[in-house]
Design a protein around this ligand. Sequence first.
Ligand code: LUZ
Ligand code: MOS
Length: 765
Amino acid sequence: MKNIDSATHTRGESVYLDDIPLLQGTLFGAAFGSPVAHGTIKSLDIEAAKQMPRVVKVFTYRDITGENQIGGIIPDEVLLAEHEVDFCGMPVAFVVAETEDAARAAIKKIKVEIDLLPVITDPREAQQKGELIVPPRTFLLGDTDSAWSGCCYIFEGIAETNGQEHLYIETQGAYAIPQENNGIKIYSSTQSPRATQQASCKVTGLAMHQVEVDVTRLGGGFGGKEDQANAWAAMCALATHILKRPVKYSLNRMEDMAMTGKRHAYSSDFKIGLNKELKIIAYEASFFQNAGAAADLSPAVLERTLFHCTNSYFIPNVKARAYSCRTHLPPNTAFRGFGGPQGMFVIESAIVKAAENIGVDAAVIQKTNLIISGDEFPYGQTAVSEANHCWEKAMLMYDIDSIKNEISFFNDNNKLFKKGMALMPVCFGISFTNTMMNQGRALVHVFTDGSVSVATGAIEMGQGVNTKILQVAAQVFSLDPEKVKLQTTSTHKIANTSPSAASATADLNGKATLMACNAIKQRMLAVASEALNADVSSLTLKDEHVCIDGERCEWTWQRLVMAAFLKRVSLSEHAHYATPEIYFDKLKEKGHPFAYHVYGTAIVTATIDCLRGIYEFDSVKLVHDFGTSMNAAIDIGQIEGGIVQGIGWMTMEELMFDKEGRLRSNTLSSYKVPDIYSVPKRIDIEALKTEQDNLAIFRSKAVGEPPLMYGIGAYFALRNAIKAFNPQADIAFAAPMTPERTLMALYGLRDKEVWEREKEVSHHG
Ligand code: LUZ
Ligand code: MOS
C-alpha cells in the first residue's frame, strides 16, 4: 500500500495551510515580538503602526474579549504581553492589515520601552534561584543509598544536550474565517485541533461549539505544533471575532524560529555503580530541564525523561530527580521523543564513562544490562522485552566482528582519518504518559454508492497516519483502497481529540476506526444473513463480495450496502477507543503507563577527518521491533527520517542563545540541519518481527518517535573515532558534537564552560 499522499505531494498539489484559496476581504496578521528577553513594559506605542498604509487594526492585550491566557497544562502563558516580557520574541502586539507586507512593515513602527530585568538562560541557575515550573519529581526503585557500598566501580559526571529547532518545512500558521452568528472556522497547522479550538475560545470568549478547527495536513510537526500552534490561531480568531473578516497569519521562517519553543536543552548529573561482573547496581541522575519562560508541555516532557532514564537497561536501584527550570527563553515544547532522548543520552554517557575508565567496551556493559521480560522499570511497569532479541539479531545480521575488524584495520592504516562505532539500544514506551489523553475517535460513513468516508482525530503530518487508517477501513470491509477516503480533521466531526503525538496516533485513531467499521460490517452482515438465509457467523467479506463459509456468493459489496440501506439500517458509526490496562499513580510514581514498549538496536559508524574535524556517517545498521508492520514503506520512512533528525540533534544542529536570551542561530544559514550530504551513506533496517499480541493497531507497533534515538549513537561513534586519534582526549559528554567541538577534542581542547562545571561538581564531591 503506497502512501495515499505520494502522488499529490510529488505533483505539488497537496493542500497545506498556505494553499487554501483566500476569501475576498481576507486580512493578514503579523505578531510583534519583544526585542528583549526579560523586563517590564514602560510604554507601548502603536500609533505610528496604526497610521501605516493598509493597516486595519493593531491588537494588544487590551483588545482581548475573553481571557488573555493560552497555557495548556498550567495557565501561566499570556497570548499578548501585558506588563512584563519573559522571552525574546514574546508576542506583544498583533497587527492586521490588507496585505502581508503591510502588516510586517507596520510591525517595524511599533515602539516599546522596557525596563530590563535580569535574564536567566541556564537551567541550573534557574534551579538555584528556585525558579521551577512545577515541583521536582523523583522516580525511585530499590535503594541507591545502600547499594553504593556493594559496587565495585562508581563514576560520576555531567551530560548535556542542547535543544533543537523543529524545522517543520511548513511554518506555523492559521486562517480564521467568520461564520454566521459569531461562529469562526479556523484552518490551522496544528497537531492538536482540540487545543487550538480551546485556546481560541478562551481568548475570544466563544464557546467551543462556535469555533471549528479544521486541518487537511501539516508539512511536518515533530511536536512543534502540539501546543505551539495555538497562539497564532488565537490571534487570528480574536481579530476575526472583532473585525468580522477572515484573518490569516502564516509565519515566515525567521519569525517562526525566533518566537517558538524548541526541544528542551538539558544539563544533568549522573552517578553510576557497577559490580565486578559489570552489572549496573545503582544509578542516580538529576535532570535540569531548560523549560523556557512558561510551562507549555514541559512538565509532561520532564516526566518522560524520568520514564526513559534507564533506556533499555534493568537497574535494580535507581534514583532519578528532575527539575523543570524556568528561564527567559521561548517556552520549550514537545519534540519527537518528548524528553526521552534527553534521559537516554545521560545513561549512555554514564555507561561510556564507566567503560572508558574500567577499560572495557561500552557494548559489554550495555549488553550485560539489557532489560529482560519480567524486569521492573523504575516506574513499576513490568517489561515485555525485546531488547536482547534486537541486540543479538543486530550482532548476527551485521556481523559485528567484521565491522570491528574493518574499523581497526582502517584506523591502523590511516593517520588523519579515523573511524568510530557505537551501539545504541533503544526502548521507548508507547502511550501518552498522561493516561487521560489515551483516547481516540472515528466517524465512518458508508455511502449508498459503496464509497466509504473516514474521519478521525488523527492529523496527517507526513507520517502516513491517514494511509494506515485507510488500510484499516479497507481491510475490514475488504475493499479496494480507492473506495475509502480520509476526510480532513475537524473538531466538528470528531470532538475532544488528543493531539497527534506520542507515536500513538495510528493506534488510537486506527483502533477507533476498526471498531466503527466492524460495527457497520456486523449490521450489514445481519441484513445479508436474513436475506441469504445463512447464519451470520458463516458470512465474511472478501474482495468486495459477501462469502458464505468462505465461498463467494452473488452479493457484491454494492448490493450489500443497498440492502442495508433499504432495510433502514445505519451505515454510519462513531466509535470511541480508550487504551485498556494503563494507569499511573503520580503520588507513588508507579503504575503501568505504557500500552507497550518499542525496542531496537542500532550500530552507528562514523569517519572523522582529523585535520578538519569534519565527519561522515558511514552507516547506521539496525534491528527494529516493528511488531507486525502494516505498512513497511511508511515505517521505514519514519525510521530513516528519525535517524537523520536524531543525528542532526546530536552532531550539527547548534542552537545558540546569547546571555541576553537572544537567539543567534535564527536562520538556516546560522543553524545547520542535516542535508543529503550529511545523511549516513547507508541505512540498513532489519525487522524484528514479533507475533506476540500487543495493543498496537493490527499489532503494528508505533514507529514515530523511537528511531530518533538511534541518532544518539552518532555522538558516541564520533567520540570513539576521536579516541582512536587521540586516546588521551578528554571529551565532554555534551551534544551536539559539532565539527568545531570535534576538532577541539581531537587536539585536547574542550568547551571551557562544561569543563569548569565538571570541575566544580567533582569539587563538591
Ligand atoms: N505528548 C504528550 C507527547 O502530551 N504526552 C506524551 O506523553 C507525549 N509523548 C511523546 C510525544 N508527545
Ligand atoms: Mo510529539 S513530541 O509526539 O508531538
